[in-house]
Design a protein around this ligand. Structure first.
Ligand code: GLA
Length: 395
């Protein structure tokens, strides 16, 4: 794969193969803890082996030339280092531009141009963090090329900031954190308020993680996402009149129940999800540490039900996929993952049942929804990094 993409790089940019450096950042899947990150709660994501590769070479010009094999119709996009403002017509290239602008804003001198070719194997817009992946692969790359010496955590925060303030999506920190800090065969238990984190072994033994993509086009996802955030913030402000808290993540279900009357009915539901989901993450982490996958699976189910009934971010496509999975004998756990409103589900399935799972859940989905879902059996991999020559040989 790498050699073929490098040949494409040379076709676009010329020059010699030797000076090309290769970087990688994964996609992520969240096992449990949805819509808790911006509420100051916990999440339990992991990095995937699929992700975004960046092939790069410095040049002597003052321009950056960007090409993505995922958007060939856009061709090579050339931007001068002196003008990195967001432009609609640059589409996907605004992500790397935003990262470069952030490096400049933090005082790093980008003293030469470079050519970069991106290649990604994360399905776009499926809720597996293809945007955090391109942000982090660019951030790690620029950090190395220009010896900026930022820590990975600083690059994670920078990338979230670019997403919030340059791209304009008001996301929490989970995606960038998982993509930057992921570790092979580990899930990350992250407290999004303090950024304290711990790696938990994810030794699946005789089962696998299957991601199922609804393939639903997500039109209004960003506005609905921002609306959920705003409702939670309004609920927090009201609760703060009675309780000394700085986020919903600090509340227990009992405390919330006691003060629920100060909230509107919708705020009560949204806050209840944020609080119970946070509690479920802690229970799920314990179950994982004890190797109790049955309990883990039950918590995944409760998480989905809460996202369906209280947070109302599932929809017919995700519900159909998850309900079909719950019925299957090989399923240990299944729930929606990511922001919702379409996107993907995450399933833990016993290995011997994988083919029948894909066949049966796929059939039920297509019959009810009218188009096919896609299934990916995924592996848990490392966070963003440079790929060494030795590693390249293995890809
Ligand atoms: C999106 C956001 C994350 C998080 C999830 C929901 O993936 O980017 O910050 O809020 O939705 O858990």
């Amino acid at each position: 794969m790498i050699e073929k993409v490098k040949t494409d790089f040379l076709a676009w940019f010329g020059g010699g193969r030797e000076e090309i450096r290769t970087f990688f950042a994964p996609g992520r899947v969240n096992l449990i803890g949805e819509h808790t990150d911006y509420n100051g709660g916990h999440v339990l994501p992991c990095a995937l082996e699929i992700g975004t590769y960046a092939f790069v070479r410095k040049t002597k010009s003052g321009n950056v030339r960007l090409y993505s094999q995922n958007f060939p119709e856009k061709g090579v996009i050339t931007v001068p280092l002196t003008d990195l403002a967001y432009r609609d017509e640059h589409g996907w290239a605004n992500y790397p531009k935003g990262i470069l602008a952030a490096f400049q804003a933090s005082g790093v001198i980008i003293d030469s141009g470079f050519d970069v070719l991106y290649y990604g194997n994360i399905p776009n817009g499926a809720g597996l963090s293809s945007s955090a992946s391109i942000e982090l692969v660019t951030a790690v790359m620029v950090n190395e090329l220009f010896q900026a010496n930022f820590s990975t955590l600083e690059l994670v925060k920078m990338s979230q900031n670019v997403e919030n303030n340059y791209i304009g999506v008001n996301c929490g920190i989970m995606d960038q954190f998982a993509v930057g800090m992921g570790k092979k065969d580990r899930a990350i238990l992250l407290d999004c308020q303090t950024l304290h984190y711990r790696y938990l072994p994810l030794l699946l033994n005789d089962c696998s993680i299957i991601i199922a993509n609804t393939n639903k086009q997500r039109g209004l996802a960003d506005s609905a996402y921002n609306e959920r955030r705003a409702t939670c913030e309004a609920a927090l402000t009201k609760l703060q009149q009675h309780l000394p808290i700085s986020s919903l993540g600090e509340l227990t279900s009992e405390q919330l129940a006691k003060y629920a009357h100060v909230l509107s009915p919708v705020e009560q539901k949204r806050a209840r999800h944020a609080v119970t989901e946070n509690e479920r993450v802690m229970q799920a982490a314990e179950a994982l540490e004890n190797g109790n996958f049955t309990r883990f699976g039950e918590l995944m189910k409760q998480s989905h039900l809460s996202l369906r009934n209280d947070y109302e971010v599932t929809g017919i496509e995700l519900d159909t996929l998850v309900e079909a999975a719950w019925k299957h004998e090989g399923t240990i756990g299944a729930r929606m993952t990511g922001a919702g409103f379409g996107g993907c589900t995450v399933n833990m399935v016993k290995d011997e049942h994988i083919p029948s799972f894909i066949e049966q859940v796929g059939r039920e989905y297509a019959e009810k929804i009218g188009y096919e879902a896609s299934f990916y059996v995924v592996k848990i991999g490392d966070g963003a990094k440079e790929i060494t020559e030795k590693e390249e040989m293995m890809l």
